[in-house]
Design a protein around this ligand. Structure first.
Ligand code: CP3
Length: 344
């Protein structure tokens, strides 16, 4: 049985090649995704239709020579499974029912019986059954800070600012909310692992909003609390922490979480990541998604510089953030081909 290059790197083995996958590798930039989404009726219906969600998870793998699939779902599955209203307005971001105080926090449901979780895990099971052994399956959840910022702010720019004030002021109910999100997220990851996820990634997309002195308390410690629960229940499953925008804070986040791998946002200098972080952590990232959209020589140069910054034993090639909806699929194919050529 062949090994997954991605798992090899995460487990400290020598990989046969430099592993690559892309955040938001399934999505609107692919015409076949748009077709399947139309069949489902909406993005959320697609997330909860396991056969169709399996299809969109596998679509990028049919086009490109990738080393991992990521289950098609959303970080907002967790708040929804806890009982909060969720909608996606066409062409806009998510709209989440807002938490305004202790009463609503106390009325949140534990995640165990949630249909949303059962359906995403069914997708994981279906994907796993079709995936070749050398392609890893990634499960995921949002980090407590990012998820709480949607639960408090309801989505959108101003919402994130409202959440920041609440988190800094720390009313009692914020601590209770964090505890519940931590518990739910750990349960959700364990369920995805049991359904077939080989690796899990924790997305803290809004880590960069916070002042540096709050990163430890609001980003690193809640993520570490999820990881402690997951590792106690399912030891040996590698965890990728993507605290987007943490900058130099990635070092402390790595120390506190002991993540096998740290994801780097586009702005991170990979030379710094190699020297300061890669002795202890595999590094994931961080090609500029804009260059993938642009294509041509700038893209080729970007791929060369990112791949050249780290040895393949310590690197998972990825973007610095999600694929942009306007990205031509041919450019993505070029990235993978250039990478394989450079690696050869
Ligand atoms: O291919 C994959 O990466 C797996 C699927 C995935 C989605 N969302 C599907 C999606 C993953 C891993 C996510 C994570 C996610 N969701 C994050 C963390 C990563 C990041 O981008 O920072 C966040 C913050 C969300 C919340 C969310 N979901 C937002 C803000 C939006 C609206 C913005 C947008 O891109 O449309 C979504 C919608 C969403 N999630 C889409 C997809 C494919 C687009 C929905 C559509 O119109 O089809």
């Amino acid at each position: 049985m062949s090994h997954s290059a991605l798992l090899d790197v995460l487990k400290g083995r020598k990989p046969s090649r430099r592993p690559v996958w892309f955040m938001r590798q399934a999505g609107r930039y692919l015409p076949e995704y748009r077709e399947t989404r139309a069949k489902a009726g909406s993005f959320l219906k697609l997330c909860y239709a396991p056969e169709l969600a399996k299809e969109v998870t596998l679509q990028p793998l049919r086009r490109y020579d990738l080393d991992a699939a990521i289950v098609f779902a959303d970080i907002l599955v967790v708040p929804q499974a806890m009982g909060l209203g969720l909608a996606f307005a066409e062409g806009e971001g998510p709209i989440v029912e807002k938490i305004t105080g202790a009463e609503r926090v106390n009325a949140l449901r534990p995640l165990d019986e949630a249909d949303e979780v059962r359906l995403v895990c069914e997708t994981v099971r279906l994907v796993k059954a079709e995936l070749p052994a050398d392609i890893a399956l990634i499960g995921f959840c949002g980090a407590p800070w990012t998820v709480a910022s949607y639960m408090i702010g309801g989505g959108g720019e101003n919402g994130r600012e409202a959440a920041r004030v609440v988190a800094a002021a720390r009313p009692d109910w914020y601590a209770e909310l964090m505890d519940r999100v931590i518990e739910a997220s750990a349960t959700y990851l364990v369920r995805q692992i049991d359904a077939g996820a080989d690796v899990v990634q924790i997305f803290d997309s809004w880590a960069g909003d916070l002042p540096g002195y709050l990163q430890e308390r609001l980003v690193a410690e809640p993520i570490a609390a999820i990881m402690e629960k997951v590792r106690r229940q399912r030891p040996g499953v590698p965890i990728i922490v993507f605290a987007r925008g943490a900058g130099a804070g990635h070092k402390r986040i790595g120390e506190i979480t002991q993540a096998e791998c740290l994801g780097m946002e586009t702005s991170m200098p990979l030379g710094w990541a190699r020297e300061v972080l890669s002795p202890a952590h595999v590094i994931q990232g961080n090609l500029d998604p804009l260059l993938v959209e642009a294509g041509g020589n700038v893209l080729e140069e970007g791929v060369r510089l990112v791949a050249g910054a780290l040895p393949r034993e310590r690197h998972i090639f990825n973007l610095g953030h999600g694929m942009r909806p306007g990205t031509p699929p041919a450019h993505v194919e070029q990235v993978v081909k250039d990478l394989r050529r450079l690696d050869g």
